[in-house]
Design a protein around this ligand. Structure first.
Ligand code: FAD
Length: 445
């Protein structure tokens, strides 16, 4: 059997290699470290954790990342197995001894009879003779390969930085203050959610933005360009107190139905972020404010006092594809289906999500090698919701990396409104049997 080539032995590539090898498919796993380092990795180990040692919440009942842990364990994930073996006390979170963890993943892969590690950079698109290649080179994909991918997919299709505006759960917005309307009633007239700010609120907000604590760029991120249209909101505020109300917060073409006589000084707009209509992004609110400061400052916006954030804002070095446009539902590049992508380069965010996408890609590729097709995980499972988001559920014009969260799941279709923890539990209760059913179909294929 011809091997599958995997480029990058990070969180995603390691998991994909394991899934393929366990399915009986030989793998050649290419890793450029230590011959060529990245700016964030320090070792030559597989699945090195470049920053925090946390896999976040391990609560499968009330947390979407805890639920995806559970699904991955059920599917025989090597990343979860090694994380469980090397966990350190962290309350409800799953945190690991980073060295023990990466060492264990490396040993498992190196000792697998069907996995061959090859050290060295792949500096261009893989040749078609390889037949099946998975590109899992992560947020710090080496320049030569990134350039080749960009040439193959088009200028606009591969980003080198994320400029992330916060995303809010629609459920948590107060519609006694906010309202639906598009500027000048364009489109179907109610595409945006609007939050009004009057004189005093606006002034307080600008002060808070300027004073709020910011995160610093790391040395190697210092060349992060502030390209037009992506200026951090606090940088705009520093340029002048009126800049925002003439920019993303301009109050024109909109009328507040709760107070039609008084014209707001500024209006914050939120745009639908997923096809399900459960998530809305704050237009123009990309920011380097620290997470705590973001929550504090953005909850002063009328209508967002109790906002829950599916994702907070940020600007980082990050190489990622416009996956909703470029990849099919099986994570194949539409223009070259012999190439699959996995991990953070697909526009998921986080160690766990990267490994989960690696797991799915490993399964899809193993099935294809065996001449079979397997269904994708159901939309109401954590893996299915994440996959759907990156391969079509997200709006391609505003696509930015995303963690798994319950906002990506289809509605619960309930007779009466259920909120908070109880609602989260219902998502998990629905997901687990669906995941098991999917897994047994896939294992039997
Ligand atoms: P990686 O784990 O980065 O693996 C990619 C691998 O590909 C690397 O080993 C790299 O050496 C190799 N490679 C790259 N190019 C080539 C090439 N051309 N040829 C051969 N090999 C190549 N997520 C969290 O959940 N928590 C955090 O605290 C966190 N902190 C982060 C901090 C930084 C600075 C960055 C950049 C990201 C952070 N992330 C964090 C986000 C992300 O989840 C991790 O980067 C995660 O490791 C992504 O997994 P991956 O498998 O896609 O990529």
């Amino acid at each position: 059997v011809k091997p599958v080539h995997i480029i990058g032995a990070g969180l995603a590539g390691s998991e994909a290699a394991w899934q393929l090898a366990e399915a009986g498919v030989p793998v050649i796993l290419h890793e450029m470290r230590p011959t060529r380092p990245t700016d964030a990795h320090h070792t030559d180990k597989c699945a090195e954790l470049v920053c925090s040692n946390s896999f976040r919440s391990d609560d499968k009942e009330y947390n979407a990342v805890g639920l995806i842990h559970d699904e991955m364990r059920r599917a025989g994930s090597i990343i979860m197995r090694c994380a469980d073996q090397h966990k350190v006390p962290a309350g409800g979170a799953l945190a690991v001894d980073r060295e023990g963890f990466s060492e264990a993943v490396t040993n498992a892969l190196e000792n697998h009879p069907l996995i061959t590690m090859e050290r060295g950079e792949i500096d261009g698109l893989p040749p078609e003779e390889w037949e099946h290649t998975i590109i899992a080179t992560g947020p710090l994909t080496s320049g030569a390969l990134a350039d080749a991918i960009r040439k193959a997919t088009g200028e606009e299709s591969l980003a080198f930085f994320d400029a992330i505006a916060p995303i809010v759960y629609k459920d948590s917005i107060d519609f006694d203050k906010a309202w639906f309307q598009s500027r000048y009633d364009k489109g179907d007239g109610k595409d945006y959610i609007n939050c009004p700010m009057y004189e005093e609120e606006y002034n307080r907000f600008i002060d808070a933005l300027i004073e709020g604590e910011k995160t610093e760029f790391k040395d190697w991120e210092k060349d992060t360009p502030y390209f037009d249209g992506c200026l951090p909101i606090e940088v705009m505020a520093e340029r002048g107190r009126e800049t925002l109300r003439h920019g993303p917060m301009k109050p024109v073409g909109l009328t507040n139905p709760h107070n039609p006589k008084e014209k707001p000084r500024a209006i914050v707009q939120l745009r639908q972020d997923n096809a399900l209509g459960t998530l809305y992004n704050m237009v123009g609110f990309q920011t380097k404010l620290k997470y705590g400061a973001q929550v504090e400052v953005f909850r002063t916006i009328p209508g967002l006092e109790n906002a829950e954030f599916a994702r907070l804002g940020g600007i980082h070095r990050n190489t990622f594809l416009n996956s909703p446009r470029l990849l099919d539902g099986n994570l194949r590049l539409k223009s070259r289906p012999d190439l699959r992508f996995a991990g953070q380069i697909t526009g998921c965010e986080g160690y766990v999500e990267s490994a989960a996408v690696g797991l799915m890609v490993g399964r899809f590729t193993a099935a294809e090698k065996a001449g079979k097709t397997i269904p994708t995980p159901p939309l109401a499972t954590a893996m299915g919701a994440l996959l759907n988001h990156i391969t079509g559920g997200a709006d391609e014009s505003t696509f930015q990396p995303m963690n798994v969260n319950f906002g990506l799941f289809p509605d619960l279709d309930l007779k009466k409104r259920v909120k908070g923890r109880d609602r989260k539990k219902l998502y998990s209760d629905r997901a687990i049997p669906l995941f098991d059913e999917w897994l047994s179909t896939v294992n039997a294929a």
